[in-house]
Design a protein around this ligand. Structure first.
Ligand code: SN0
Length: 319
């Protein structure tokens, strides 16, 4: 693996999930692999789990870690090509990425969707600019359209928590007053579609009308507009808010009936609740659900360390 930008960079999903589970069982087995290697973690947006878990995973592999918040710690970065730089951005990504590539053996980048211009977001300009100009492997720490380290952690969590061979997994939209990116939902669809294809899960999506995700992510997944119907017999309910893709970046409804409560869990097959965090209590999901044994949110977050370790291990073995 050279870059880890999306599922397309993974040759064997099963093996990567197993590698994460192996790291969890034996975190320091590969401590020599990253010795004298440096990872730079570059954030254009806030982070708690991604920053700490990726740093921890890199350290478990013996790597040195540097972290930077762009714009706060560094100069503001100009990402547009061929512009006259006479405004607030002091440095161009061409130089910034090239310099970082000289200090780092691997670079992780977080750059959320701006939710203004759909074509621009879905072109994944920032990830591609860093990959081009840094000339070292790039790890996606949540880009405009995807969050693959989260999806890998979610696959690990489902594998270790499932009680049936082929669990039913439901992705549900949750209410929120702010427009959030589609990245987590897109990525979850991308990875669950692959798991469904290999017979490891049954996967359905439920959301209000107007919240259809990009067709390239949904694929042939059944979309059910009745949330209660979708929840019937579910083994895992994966909650996430996202803003509209079709009316790009808009909040079309905040219907509180879409929040997940104990009544919803009672429709399921002793279903477990999953969410990538951060989650706003009682807006998206009730206290009762989050504080019940049915919640897997802390396990999922814990598994971020092992998903990052599996990915870094694979990249380190190629450089
Ligand atoms: C981000 C998102 O992509 O939805 C990161 C998730 C890992 N979430 C948020 O920005 C939540 C912000 C909020 O105010 O609730």
């Amino acid at each position: 693996m050279t870059n880890f930008l999306s599922l397309a960079d993974v040759t064997n999903v099963d093996a990567l999930i197993q590698s994460g589970r192996d790291a969890k069982a034996n975190p320091f087995a590969d401590q020599q692999l990253g010795k004298n290697k440096t990872i730079g973690l570059i954030f254009f947006n806030s982070s708690l789990r991604t920053r700490l878990s990726t740093q921890k995973a890199a350290q478990n592999l013996g790597m040195n870690v540097m972290t930077m918040n762009v714009g706060q710690d560094s100069w503001g970065l100009e990402m547009e090509e061929g512009v006259l730089m006479n405004a607030d951005k002091a440095e161009h990504v061409r130089e910034a990425a090239a310099v970082m590539g000289r200090y780092c053996d691997i670079i992780g980048i977080r750059a959320f969707a701006e939710l203004q211009d759909r074509d621009k977001d879905y072109r994944e300009q920032v990830m591609h600019q860093f990959a081009t100009y840094a000339k070292v492997p790039i790890v996606n720490l949540e880009s405009a359209t995807r969050h693959p380290l989260q999806s890998l952690a979610d696959c690990i969590t489902i594998e270790e928590s499932k009680t049936v061979k082929r669990p039913k997994v439901v992705l549900t939209w949750l209410p929120h007053f702010k427009p959030l990116p589609q990245a987590v939902a897109n990525s979850f669809c991308e990875w669950m579609n692959a798991r469904a294809l290999s017979g490891d899960v049954d996967f359905v999506v439920t959301h209000p009308k107007g919240y259809e995700l990009a067709p390239e992510f949904v694929g042939n997944t059944p979309v059910i507009y009745d949330q209660n119907e979708a929840f019937k017999g579910a083994d895992f309910i994966y909650g996430k808010n996202w803003s509209s893709y079709t009316q790009y970046g808009q909040v079309l409804t905040q219907d509180p009936s879409w929040a997940v409560t104990m009544d919803d869990l009672r429709l399921t097959n002793d279903g477990k609740f999953m969410h990538c965090l951060p989650v706003r209590r009682n807006l998206k999901v009730s206290d009762e659900v989050l504080d019940s044994p049915s919640s897997l949110v802390i396990e999922q977050a814990a598994n971020r360390e092992w998903s990052a370790q599996a990915v870094l291990k694979e990249i380190l073995s190629t450089i």
